[in-house]
Design a binder for this molecule. Structure first.
Ligand SMILES: NC(=O)c1ccc[n+]([C@@H]2O[C@H](COP(=O)([O-])OP(=O)(O)OC[C@H]3O[C@@H](n4cnc5c(N)ncnc54)[C@H](OP(=O)(O)O)[C@@H]3O)[C@@H](O)[C@H]2O)c1
Length: 333
């Protein structure tokens, strides 16, 4: 079977240069007792894939060395201990890596049925993004109906899902984006207050629109550059959930608001979780969000689809940040 491989970063190249990729042929992997082998139709592109390609996000021990964290496709074989899936079942799945391939192995508990009415393309856009948003906005962030939430990176794959899930939770949604076109897209998705961080002083807008109170929850991927303003923009007992550090993870700030406002600062990353934890999140998502998807709500927003062989173009688009929503790869047929 074929898989996209990437070279190790070459010393001496400017930081951030993407190492070369190529399609290689390898033996079809065999599932262990708890795994299934999926024949892939579509794979989702996620920002962590770019970090992995740059050598900044090594796969966890035992995981595939190749990129690709989510797929849709058909079960091609099952491990000896797998009872919930059979050959021929159509699924979407979180993978520990290796999704940019014709076939990929994953834990049986990390597969989900295709939600009613969704295409295989739409289904492949769900696992990594929806599980991340569920785990951080709903579980760690404990978003409640009637609260205010600030979602940074509103036009990202994560952001467009977080906006929709927060509206479904009946929260008031503030979001930041880098262009007016992205601002329009986020408003169409239901965001109540959209701020262009290049032209608006977003922390002041939050202060004004909340009558000086601040928001109850912030979902942040920006990190260092926003840390001081995030703390300033949280209400009493507010929560800050960190899912990435796009501008770095080191900064010097005054932490006093953490204590004075009794804030909670937390965060998490999906890939590092145990198989059991991922299976639990998968079950929670199926129980709560799958029925919504089947009703046509909370649908993934897909920006573009590239053939697997055009992975470099897909990654260049993600690096450019010109997209709104998900970038996808068509693998087969
Ligand atoms: N913790 C987890 O488990 C987990 C899982 C998946 C993804 N993530 C993280 O979540 C983030 C989004 O992932 P994705 O796959 O949805 O990526 P994506 O679609 O490429 O989104 C990244 C977004 O970040 C914004 N951005 C980039 N640089 C920025 C800056 N300096 N200041 C403000 N905004 C900036 C860009 O929007 P603008 O053009 O508007 O700036 C872009 O839309 C990534 O950082 C990824 O690593 C975390």
């Amino acid at each position: 079977m074929h898989v996209i491989a990437h070279e190790a970063p070459t010393p001496g190249l400017p930081p951030g240069t993407l190492p070369a990729t190529r399609l290689i042929e390898i033996d079809s992997p065999k599932p262990t007792a708890e795994q299934v082998l999926i024949k892939v139709e579509y794979a989702g592109v996620n920002r962590p894939d770019l970090l992995q390609r740059k050598g900044l996000y090594p796969p966890p021990p035992g995981a595939s060395p190749y990129m690709g964290l989510e797929v849709s496709g058909t079960i091609a074989s099952v491990g000896a201990g797998v009872t919930q899936w059979k050959v021929g079942d159509r699924v979407c799945a979180l993978t520990p890596g290796g999704g940019y391939a014709e076939e990929v192995l994953t834990h049986a508990g990390h597969c989900m049925p295709i939600p009613g009415g969704l295409s295989m393309l739409q289904a492949a856009a769900l696992p990594e993004t929806y599980l991340t948003v569920w785990a951080n906005l709903i579980e760690r962030g404990a978003l409640k109906s009637g609260e205010t939430v600030l979602i940074h990176g509103g036009s990202s794959g994560i952001g467009v899902t977080a906006i929709q899930m927060a509206k479904w939770m009946q929260a008031t949604v503030f979001t930041t984006v880098g262009s007016d076109e992205k601002a329009r897209a986020c408003a169409e998705l239901g965001a109540d207050v959209v701020m262009n961080y290049r032209t608006d002083d977003w922390a002041n807008v939050v202060k004004e629109k909340t009558a000086g109170q601040g928001v109850n929850l912030i979902l942040d991927m920006v990190g260092a550059a926003y840390m001081e303003r995030n703390l300033r923009s949280l209400a009493l007992e507010g929560r800050l959930v960190q899912i990435a550090f796009l501008t770095g993870s080191k900064t010097e700030i005054d932490w006093t608001p953490l204590m004075i406002k009794r804030l909670t600062f937390t965060g998490s990353t999906l890939r590092a979780r145990s198989d059991e934890q991922k299976s639990r999140l998968v079950a929670a998502l199926q129980q709560t969000i799958w029925p919504q998807l089947a009703k046509g709500a909370l649908l993934p927003k897909i920006h573009s689809v590239f053939p697997l062989t055009e992975i470099d173009q897909a990654h260049a688009l993600m690096e450019s940040s010109a997209h709104v929503g998900k970038i996808m790869l068509k693998v087969s047929p």
